[in-house]
Design a protein around this ligand. Structure first.
Ligand SMILES: NC(=O)c1ccc[n+]([C@@H]2O[C@H](COP(=O)([O-])OP(=O)(O)OC[C@H]3O[C@@H](n4cnc5c(N)ncnc54)[C@H](OP(=O)(O)O)[C@@H]3O)[C@@H](O)[C@H]2O)c1
Length: 302
């Protein structure tokens, strides 16, 4: 069985290592984190109830021994430095050793150096929120994971991820930052958008908790339509109908309330006009053009 050393063993590192250890896919050999205490805690989690001589805490880079596979699961800002430190100790890496990380935004190319060629490095990004390792042990299976990297690395890593339930799909390493921005818009900014909507409801005299309740069915339905069908099929409302005066009235109320809320409305409204233009029976191009200019102009004079 291939050995795996883990540099950085937080939420993601502990979960993956425990799943691989449990299923006999890799032998987790050493764990290095910032503090010996957290490395030991991570080893206890990874080893579970097994008392065998499984994962061992390492106290420093100098205490590491060679391994077949290296997972660098530190915060993103430290991955490149960790790789450089690894390459600084050539005895730790053989030409057939694999080095990978799980960042959503960095490519695998940052891992190349020393003994590691493009063929032996990879990045595999799970689209999964590892908020609690204990919960992720059960919840990880079925998670989509975007991968890119060298043939030799992927030959070992893809089966290991598949075996713990990952749904793998290939991404272009050169476009990883855009791929990550896309996920951030869909997930993190959706939260920001919900907050903006709740702020408007509150200003209209509807409490946040009541607004949360009333938004739940309609937002679920909209999301379902947009993702299972298409944005064009999901779109309803004033922009879809080409209703300029309603959009104007919204802006008249939003502008004095908050520049930020009105900017969000304008910016997403312009994207929405683009969707409206693609609908099967679009509103007239005159009305959509008028709405687009209204939304693009912060002064919105009529
Ligand atoms: N969390 C997620 O939901 C998620 C999802 C997809 C991808 N990822 C990716 O997974 C990677 C790890 O994220 P995470 O959320 O698991 O991070 P995390 O919970 O913050 O854990 C980071 C780990 O790195 C260790 N560390 C920090 N600096 C170090 C250094 N200089 N040398 C060695 N170890 C160091 C920390 O040690 P201490 O414990 O001693 O502080 C900790 O064990 C990142 O690339 C992230 O983008 C995370």
């Amino acid at each position: 069985m291939k050995t795996l050393n883990l540099i950085g063993a937080g939420k993601l590192g502990q979960t993956l290592a425990r799943l691989w250890q449990q299923q006999g896919l890799f032998r987790i050999q050493q764990v290095l984190t910032l503090s010996p205490e957290s490395a030991q805690k991570a080893c206890n989690f990874i080893n579970g109830s097994h008392n065998a001589d499984l994962a061992q805490a390492a106290t420093s880079f100098e205490a590491l021994i060679p391994a077949d596979v290296w997972l660098l699961a530190t915060p993103d800002g430290i991955i490149e430095d960790s790789a450089a430190r690894l390459h600084g100790q050539p005895e730790l890496l053989k030409p057939e050793s694999i080095v990978f990380h799980c960042s959503g935004t960095l490519g695998s190319n940052i891992l190349i150096g020393g003994q590691s060629s493009a063929s032996s490095v990879a990045s595999i990004h799970p689209i999964h929120s590892f908020a609690s390792p204990a919960k992720s042990l059960d919840a990880f299976s079925g998670s989509y994971c975007g991968y890119e990297g060298g043939d030799m690395a992927l030959q070992t890593l893809l089966p290991a991820f598949s075996a713990i339930g990952a749904e793998l799909f290939e991404i272009d390493g050169r476009q990883k930052t855009l791929y990550h921005a896309a996920s951030v818009m869909a997930c993190n900014y959706l939260v920001g958008l919900m907050d903006a909507s709740l702020a408007c409801f509150e200003a209209a005299g509807v409490s946040r908790s009541q607004a949360q309740q009333l938004l739940l069915p309609i937002t679920h339905q909209t999301l379902d339509n947009a993702l299972k069908k298409s944005p064009e099929e999901a779109l309803t409302g004033p922009i879809s109908r080409g209703d300029l005066s309603t959009v104007q009235s919204h802006l008249d109320k939003l502008q004095p309330l908050s520049n930020q809320l009105s900017d969000i409305y304008r910016s997403l409204g312009q994207q929405t006009v683009q969707v409206a233009e693609q609908q099967e029976q679009p509103a007239s191009s005159e009305s959509l053009d008028a709405i687009r200019s209204l939304l693009a102009n912060r002064q919105n004079p009529l």
